[in-house]
Design a protein around this ligand. Structure first.
Ligand code: NAI
Ligand code: MG
Length: 484
């Protein structure tokens, strides 16, 4: 197993700086989605492990970790980033094996993880309070403090990137993190804990408990010692988490995916748009919270966009992660079933083009051919629900008003983009589109470690990434002194 070069047993939890099996001794099988084989056993964490992890976090806050100066935390984060870069190939291979993503995409995720560490390292000593002019005889100021122990429940699609943006920001502000990675993919979470420890992160500042959502995840969410919960995943589980957090009255950050549109207007540079239109749908086999699954096109450019996208789809090849093709398998047989269920619902629709699953792709892999549907009505389920597979729908429109109404016409609001030559239209739509990020003549800005990210509606609430995340992962104290 490739965690060996890092000296880690993948069936262990990492709690209080120590690697050990979960208390129950039970394990789960981790699967390789490229061929369905078992990669290794991972710990099936329980409430007892979560209890120990939260206690280890509390101890860290009382001890060395809680006493470090901000710039010292920054130094540690920077060292973690450097060590991540030393292990690019190992981490990329682990992520590719575990998630099924093509190696080049996994490598980009490692670089993003390092960038998060570098960005937050630099930010650690730059979050200041303010002084507030007040009544005669008073001095009033504010300061930012950590919440305490923070819970991080992450999905399987981008483990490293989501660790970077969520655990990275929490550590920057001096919290102690307990991380519950997804049961489908948790190797890089374990590897990251090992690397962070080696880079000097004090014991208990980051604890990792793998396991099932309904067991370790639910125990973490319900734990009264957890003072903030950050969750990325499905809408259904997001609702459970917000309800559980309400019992302890703690804040949550929820990032629940979307149905993000790209709007192509009559004055768009279609040649420039085409690679973005397609890549934003098939990257990571469409299993991306900010995937662009709806392409809205002005009728005057409709045929041009459809034929350009269809040509790209026809050339797409899906195969094993290690073959490093355009698209890998989905993360699991279950995810493949979900996506095939959606494809079946599109039986009445026109398919403009499909990619190919390569012949050498193993039988047991969770492969789905990338599929482009055209002429889709905005209220069709494929145009309303998050599919989380390599599937996009193209929808024609006639007016700007209609485009906005279709774009805003789902329950989600995560990302949107506008392709148009008109600056006035760009500014107008940037205001009117319901999304936490709006891109003008691009999509995704290459991941954007520095750019605040999050949604509204069923996409969730709260912001991660950039400086903005640091406010969410800390609390503000106001101090008022009456000194005469
Ligand atoms: P999920 O929401 O069940 O899993 C995400 C994380 O939540 C995992 O770590 C899981 O163990 C944990 N979890 C599950 N049940 C829990 C509970 N009761 N309490 C606490 N934690 C719990 O997502 P799943 O089932 O893997 O994927 C289903 C669909 O969710 C996908 O098809 C996609 O539409 C959406 N999704 C969205 C993601 C995003 O990036 N926004 C990421 C993953 C899934
Ligand atoms: Mg689930």
């Amino acid at each position: 197993m490739s965690l060996r070069p890092l000296g880690i047993d993948p069936s262990h939890c990492f709690i209080g700086g120590v690697w050990a099996p979960g208390e129950s001794g039970e394990t789960l099988d981790l699967r390789n989605p490229s061929d369905g084989s078992t990669l290794c056993a991972i710990a099936r964490g329980t409430e007892a492990d979560i209890d120990r992890a939260v206690a280890a976090g509390e101890q860290a806050l009382e001890g060395e970790w809680g006493r470090l100066a901000n710039f010292e935390r920054g130094r540690i984060l920077h060292r973690i980033g450097q060590k991540v870069l030393e292990h690019v190939e190992t981490l990329a291979e682990l992520e590719a094996l575990d998630v099924g993503k093509p190696l080049k995409q996994a490598r980009a995720d490692v670089i993003a993880l390092a960038r998060y560490m570098e960005f937050y390292a630099g930010a650690a000593d730059k979050i200041h309070g303010t002084t507030i002019p007040f009544l005669d005889g008073y001095t009033v100021y504010t300061m930012r403090e950590p919440h305490g122990v923070t819970g991080h429940i992450i999905p399987w699609n981008y483990p490293m990137q989501i660790i970077g943006r969520s655990v990275g920001a929490a550590l920057t502000m001096g919290n102690a993190a307990v991380l519950k990675p997804a049961e489908e993919a948790c190797l890089t979470a374990l590897a990251f804990a090992g690397i962070a420890h080696e880079a000097g992160l004090p014991a208990g500042a980051l604890n990792v408990v793998p396991g099932l959502g309904a067991e370790a995840g639910a125990a973490l969410t319900a734990h009264p010692g957890v003072r903030h919960i950050s969750f990325t995943g499905s809408v259904g589980v997001g609702k459970l988490i917000q309800s559980a957090a309400a019992q302890n009255v703690v804040p949550v950050t929820l990032e629940l995916g979307g149905k993000s549109p790209q709007l192509v207007f009559e004055d768009a540079d279609v040649a420039a748009a085409l690679p973005f239109l397609t890549n934003a749908g098939i990257q990571n086999a469409g299993q991306t919270c900010s995937a662009s699954s709806r392409i809205l096109v002005h009728r005057s450019r409709y045929d041009e966009v459809v034929s350009g996208m269809a040509a790209r789809y026809a050339a797409l090849r899906a195969g094993p992660a290690m073959d490093d093709l355009d698209v890998g398998p989905l993360v699991s047989a279950r995810q493949k079933q979900i996506v095939e269920g959606f494809l079946a619902q599109g039986a009445d629709l026109e398919v403009a083009a499909c990619g190919q699953v390569v012949e050498s792709a193993p039988e047991g892999g969770a492969y789905v051919a990338p599929t482009l549907f055209t002429g889709v009505s905005p209220d069709h389920r494929l145009a309303q629900d998050e599919i989380f597979g390599p599937v996009q729908v193209v929808i024609p429109f006639d007016t700007e008003e209609e485009a906005v109404s279709i774009a805003n016409g789902t329950a989600y609001g995560l990302v949107a983009s506008v392709w148009s030559d008109s600056g006035a239209r760009q500014m107008r739509l940037a205001k009117r589109l319901r999304a936490g990020q709006v891109f003008l003549n691009n999509y995704g800005a290459g991941g954007g470690v520095e750019l605040p990210f999050g949604g509204s509606g069923l996409s969730g609430h709260g912001r991660e990434k950039g400086f903005e995340a640091l406010y969410g992962f800390s609390t503000l104290k106001t101090v008022a002194a009456l000194h005469g």
